[in-house]
Write a protein that binds this ligand. Sequence first.
Ligand code: AVI
Length: 310
Amino acid sequence: MTQTLKDDVLAALREPGHRIPSTWLYDQRGSELFEAITRLPSYYPTRTEISILDAHLADIAAVVPTDSLVVELGSGSSRKTAPLLRALEQPAGYVPLDISAAYLAEAAETLRAQVPNLPVHPWVADFTTAFDLPPDLPAHAGRLGFFPGSTIGNLTAENAHALLRHCHTLLGDGARFLLGIDLDKSPEVLIPAYDDPEGVTAEFNRNLLVRINRELDANFDLAAFRHEARYFEDPPRIEMHLVCERPVSVQMAGESFELEAGESLHTETSHKYSIAGFTALAAEADWVVSHQWHDAESRFAVLMMQSTPD
Ligand code: AVI
């Protein structure tokens, strides 16, 4: 597995499929654009998940033992995390994990202001690989993992399994895990969610080329690439691509690459699940789904899982 932007982009340019890991979409500008996406009318996941969480906070809190330590994969959106922490019975502390130290510090500050008197232990970690928890945790009775947003859908099935297994070890016996998943649905709903009329997702996708040009001194011609969201049925997923509208020549790190018209860079996969399908995936990692909540149109689901012995 390669770790740097340079290695990942060079590997993508050399190999057919031209797949660049989607984590590279999130530089400062990319994170801002993603935040803008979550507020678009056609991007239903964020507001749907928030409405499910809001409607069921009391049911969720009833399942989580008193004195639980909440470990969030991601730096936490104040629209989801603060209401959850306020609803829980005496949480022992909150540990947000994020790859971006700057984002994490900012989110932790906001959270401290919103939920005073709660010990907050931000921890820089890349949850797409094996990660640890901070050493100086407050005493707690159990652990609740929180992974909203269907970010798990951006991982391959293999990596999603590895993450669920790793969380099983890290959160320990009897742990709970609250997780959001985006459900499979008509491409008529999915495509506009990933190719909005306002063009924000297209800018989010193309910003990857801006980042590569800036950070790696490459010369991608942005005007030659068109954003495209593609729906596939098996397994159900949306793929984001940057499609060459004409032959493109790119110079980077002393190498030259030729892309033909119609070829594309594959920049993100977003898996769409069924509740039964995800339940089976979770079971393979020794998690059992104890509760599930979804919206009236079954667009998005929030699952509560409990760890079972291996
Ligand atoms: C972060 N993740 C869950 C988003 C998704 O829906 O897969 C990323 C995204 N890409 C384009 N729009 C949103």
